[in-house]
Design a protein around this ligand. Structure first.
Ligand code: G4P
Length: 291
């Protein structure tokens, strides 16, 4: 992924999204279950005012199950409908249709009162890059879908995918920009590999990740990088993470020619262990009221 957002680009994207949103009843917003807030766009609530809202907690297979539940109830408290999914395997997708109907109940009722029956709900999928929009559309729409022709008012090139009698999707997902100007958000997005690793150098990134894991997932850390007894993980202060990277380098045989620990390789290994799920299911952000 290598999208650069410039102010002009963002203004244009925002304008285009505003146009598209006028055509729909429901916004289906994908967030990454590991970082459900950092992976949201700052303007989407404003842009989506008056529309029904559905949040899909995607990549839920990579996040802690307990935290997935906590996030679902948090989002519900904020007035969103929520479904936890894995767009890759299709887990959770079956629930979506019923939740869409529930989310759009008012609109369906309004239509009915006006004598409009069975008009499909029109929805649009939005999310920041890499959150899984294309994977979701492919698995959700599948092969069964039929593309309807261009309709008046739809941005040229945009088409609707008719999913079933009651739901149509705009066939191009809306790409939103993250709150990248926020350092903490940038860090979280860098952990999951959603933005260029150059935001921080690799070692700093690994050090920050280890610091977080030591605080919230100490057991996971001990399990993956077992202590050889020479080193007391528990007694380290806040700044023990770099030393820890050295320890991991030795543990995993990441050594330079002279036998010195290769910190850079160890950093890559830790980041890769996290991103590939080898460290297990880890959520990096907690619902605001929980902690
Ligand atoms: P985008 O359109 O929003 O930019 O995202 P896209 O669908 O391209 O997905 C980005 C990456 O996230 C892809 O991996 C995709 O397979 C993965 N992904 C999407 N949903 C899920 C999910 O629920 N769980 C997991 N574990 N992964 C998910 P990739 O490595 O970039 O591509 P590929 O190797 O899968 O083709």
């Amino acid at each position: 992924m290598n999208i650069q957002w410039y102010p002009g680009h963002m203004t244009k994207a925002k304008r285009a999204m505003k146009e598209d949103i006028r055509l729909i009843d429901l916004i289906i917003e994908l967030v990454d279950a590991r970082v459900p807030l950092a992976s949201r766009n700052p303007d989407i609530d404003e842009l989506g005012k008056g529309k029904a809202r559905l949040i899909l907690l995607n990549k839920s297979d990579m996040a802690s199950e307990q935290q997935n539940e906590a996030w679902m109830s948090w989002f519900r408290k904020q007035g969103f409908h929520v479904v936890k999914i894995n767009a890759r395997t299709g887990a959770g997708l079956k629930q979506i249709n019923a939740v869409v109907q529930e989310a759009c109940r008012e609109k369906i009722e309004r239509d009915r009162r006006r004598g409009i029956i069975n008009r499909p709900v029109r929805a649009m999928v939005v999310g920041i890059p890499n959150v899984g929009k294309s994977t979701f559309i492919n698995s959700f729409a599948g092969k069964a879908c039929t593309k309807t022709g261009n309709k008046p008012g739809v941005t040229k090139g945009n088409q609707w995918i008719r999913l079933n009698k009651s739901l149509e999707l705009l066939d191009t997902p809306g790409i939103l920009w993250p709150r990248f100007e926020d350092q903490q958000v940038g860090l979280l997005l860098a952990f999951i590999g959603s933005i260029n690793d150059e935001i921080l150098n690799r070692e700093e990134l690994a050090v920050e990740l280890l610091r977080f894991l030591r605080k919230y997932y100490p057991e996971t850390l001990k399990e993956r990088y077992p202590d050889d007894g020479k080193d007391d993980l528990g007694s380290r202060g806040e700044d023990g993470a770099l030393t820890e990277l050295e320890r991991i380098a030795r543990l995993r045989g990441c050594l330079m020619k002279g036998g010195e620990p290769d910190i850079s390789r160890a950093a890559l290994l830790v980041i890769d262990d996290f991103r590939s799920g080898k460290l297990g299911r880890i959520t990096l952000e907690f619902p605001p009221e929980e902690r």
